[in-house]
Design a protein around this ligand. Structure first.
Ligand SMILES: Nc1ncnc2c1ncn2[C@@H]1O[C@H](COP(=O)(O)OP(=O)(O)OP(=O)(O)O)[C@@H](O)[C@H]1O
Length: 316
């Protein structure tokens, strides 16, 4: 018997339009069939995974005990924040993606198949140090929070905000078409999103000012919005973050840029597209704008943010 491992599952059943429930059911069956010891905690409300992960990581665990998150990017973000703020911030995390976007899993090339995931845990699991980002308000400066994908201000955040707050999403979720809402809102937000002035300062201390910013997204890897490759060259092992700034294009130009992005990534050379790379980046936006952090939106607010590259331990 190779059943020495003991799993501790943190589960968001409603992630991915209830895909979390299906993934969890399949995985739990596999574990039972293989007589692998596990304990599952089903998270009941947004944010609870932070608490549960922190509690787990406050305790000591043997190498055979594995913390597994089942959920989407938002759930994985919560688990990372819980672990990082615990007594043992280097506690490794395993992740079985069950979200709708799964951008982190795409960037890290993680399987969504419960059987393959289990085989890997049993037969050839490795612990890998991978990048994440931290952010803190320059005013508070002490309290750091973490993201695995990106921190977006403007266009992408507005799309997430409109989508998460529409009754239509719930209806479409019921018929498993929840993601359609994002596509519809891209068109809607194209008209609505205003421009704003953003000041982005890299580690060299040089401030770059963009008066017609439309999207200012600090990213840890290429993807946002469920597989949109905003910055193909970014990766989880570069030890830098990138702040992408897109200045407002005309509708025609937007479609052209989008097509280039999907075709060969050549949008990055366009005059409306900029990026600033660094281990530390400061972003200032005085005008209140929507924000998305790993796909979770906030109310409109002004930003004075200090970003820093950080890392965590991923079991894969
Ligand atoms: N800790 C939690 N426990 C229960 N429900 C949660 C929790 N966190 C978020 N939710 C709810 O789960 C949904 C989103 O979860 P999550 O971000 O993990 O999945 P997703 O949005 O489908 O994934 P992705 O970000 O990969 O597209 C939202 O409906 C949110 O209100």
């Amino acid at each position: 018997m190779h059943k020495k491992i003991k799993l501790h599952l943190l589960v968001n059943l409603v992630a991915g339009n209830n895909h979390g429930k299906i993934t969890y059911a399949k995985f739990a069956k596999l574990l039972k069939d293989s007589q692998i010891s596990f304990r599952a905690q089903i998270s009941q409300y947004p944010g609870e995974i932070i608490k549960l992960a922190k509690k787990y990581a406050n305790n000591n665990h043997s190498e055979d005990e594995i913390l597994v998150i089942i959920g989407g990017d938002g759930s994985f973000n919560q688990a990372l924040n819980g672990v990082k703020k615990s007594l043992h911030p280097n506690t490794p995390l395993a992740y079985l993606p069950a979200g709708s976007g799964n951008d982190f899993a795409r960037a890290a090339k993680l399987t969504t198949d419960p059987q393959k995931f289990l085989n890997r845990l049993l037969n050839n699991r490795k612990i890998e140090k991978v990048d994440c980002g931290s952010y803190s308000s320059q005013k508070e400066n002490v309290i750091k929070h973490y993201f695995v994908n990106n921190y977006g201000i403007g266009f992408d955040a507005n799309v997430v905000h409109q989508s998460n707050n529409q009754k239509m999403k719930k209806i479409l979720n019921k018929i498993h078409l929840g993601n359609l809402i994002y596509g519809l809102n891209v068109i809607n937000v194209l008209q609505k999103q205003d421009t704003f002035t953003a000041t982005v300062t890299g580690a060299d201390g040089i401030a770059h000012i963009f008066h017609d910013a439309y999207l200012v997204t600090t990213t840890n890897h290429p993807y946002f919005g469920g597989g949109v490759p905003i910055l193909p060259k970014a990766n989880l092992h570069s030890h830098v973050l990138d702040t992408v700034i897109v200045e407002k294009p005309s509708l025609r130009k937007f479609v052209f840029l989008f097509a280039k992005m999907l075709k060969d990534g050549s949008h990055v050379t366009d005059s409306h597209f900029h990026y600033i790379e660094g281990k530390e980046i400061r972003v200032n936006v005085k005008k209140p704008e929507y924000t998305q952090i790993d796909g979770e939106d906030t109310d409109k607010m002004a930003h004075s943010i200090q970003f820093m590259i950080d890392n965590f331990y991923l079991i894969r």
